[in-house]
Write a protein that binds this ligand. Structure first.
Ligand SMILES: *Cc1c(COP(=O)(O)O)cnc(C)c1O
Length: 355
């Protein structure tokens, strides 16, 4: 069988060394003679993993001192309601740039007034809205940095007069960000950080003073408590955190977020050029808002016969996971950090040979 080129939108490809180290840790974790799957999270060996993973996040994203770095569960979807539960007192401003953003809006409405201040829903989310004004009389502003399903990405972030909260699930660690501009960043790990099962939250501790008066916060939803307990209030997702650590060590070795930006730009440029040069394919979103993580494209003129032929050619070349999301159709090639340029080259070759 030929090598598999994994373009999956998530859970996604991870660095090969993360797998090798993870396999070893299942057999014999940190020289304990026990598996990572069967030891207490309170052992000094695992506490070291928590500390090292948080330190990596801090270093890679330049996280300021007064922020907590949390490893939680429930996916980004839990953040959709945990954020407003902790911080929505009366009103919040949201941008609506895709299905995930819409999910965050839906949950926030359970807690108060949600103002959708910009939306690209009118075009099935083909672009990133710009030049909107963030009101000053809201508790926070929420945006989604990369729209995984549609393949659009924010290239710039607004200056927000209120705390800025961002769902970075599908492009975290893919490029440098000015973390201090944000008051809370969250990301389900399974797109660009590690395997499914852990959610990264980076939160400015100053936000804790803005919690709604009179609203009870269950312990598991309480960021402040998780921060005080070092994400060990209850049993953390031990194995996904360890695998994430191995993956982030690779990111660091490859030049950190600067290195990833260079690598991801090279891959995305190669594939978008092939799409633009092709007589058969076209991209589905505005050029200036194209995502470096999820590249969406369709046949210019839908043709089931050609699609079957192209799908077969991809399969033969070992290309996996490029079927578009059901709400967009066509193709979506996800170029997350660990995907090598070589895999994009194989896809481009198939596209060219096909033409
Ligand atoms: C995948 C994704 C989610 C949902 O993540 P879960 O961890 O499955 O809850 C939310 N937001 C974005 C941008 C995503 O890509």
């Amino acid at each position: 069988m030929s090598k598999i080129h994994n373009f999956s939108a998530g859970p996604s490809i991870l660095a090969p060394e993360a797998f090798e180290k993870s396999i070893e840790s299942i057999k014999n974790f940190a020289g304990t003679g026990l598996s990572i799957l069967e030891i207490s999270h309170r052992t000094k060996e695992f506490e070291a993993v928590m500390d090292e993973t948080a330190a990596l996040v801090k270093e890679l994203l330049n996280v300021p001192e007064n922020y907590d770095i949390l490893f939680l569960q429930g996916g980004a979807s839990t953040q959709f309601f945990q954020v407003p539960h902790n911080f929505l007192r009366t009103a919040a401003a949201y941008t609506k740039t895709g299905v995930w953003a819409a999910g965050a809006i839906k949950e926030a409405k359970l807690y108060g007034d949600v103002r959708v201040i910009a939306s690209s829903e009118d075009t099935n989310y083909r672009y990133i809205p710009k030049n909107y004004e963030i009101p000053t009389d809201v508790d926070y502003f929420h945006c989604t940095s990369n729209n995984t399903i549609y393949g659009t990405q924010m290239k710039e972030f607004p200056k927000s007069p209120v705390p800025m909260i961002c769902d970075m699930s599908s492009d975290i660690f893919s490029r440098p960000v000015n973390t201090s501009d944000f008051d809370l960043i969250y990301a389900g790990a399974q797109k660009n950080m590690g395997p499914a099962g852990v959610t990264l939250v980076i939160v400015n501790k100053e936000l804790y003073s803005r919690r709604p008066e009179g609203r009870a916060i269950p312990s598991m939803l309480d960021y402040k408590l998780h921060g005080e307990k070092g994400s060990m209030y209850n049993t953390p997702p031990v194995f996904p955190i360890l695998v994430s650590k191995y993956n982030l060590e690779w990111v660091k070795r490859m030049g950190g977020t600067e290195g990833m930006l260079k690598r991801n730009t090279e891959k995305a440029d190669l594939l978008y050029k092939a799409i633009d040069d092709s007589h058969y394919f076209e991209g589905t979103v505005e050029t200036e808002d194209r995502s470096q993580m999820n590249v969406c494209f369709v046949f210019k003129e839908p043709n089931a016969d050609l699609e079957t032929k192209f799908n077969n050619a991809c399969k033969e070349a070992g290309i996996s996971g490029i079927k578009g999301h059901r709400s967009v159709g066509g193709y979506r090639a996800s170029l997350y950090n660990a995907l090598p340029l070589e895999s994009v080259q194989v896809l481009v070759n198939v596209m060219e040979t096909f033409a």
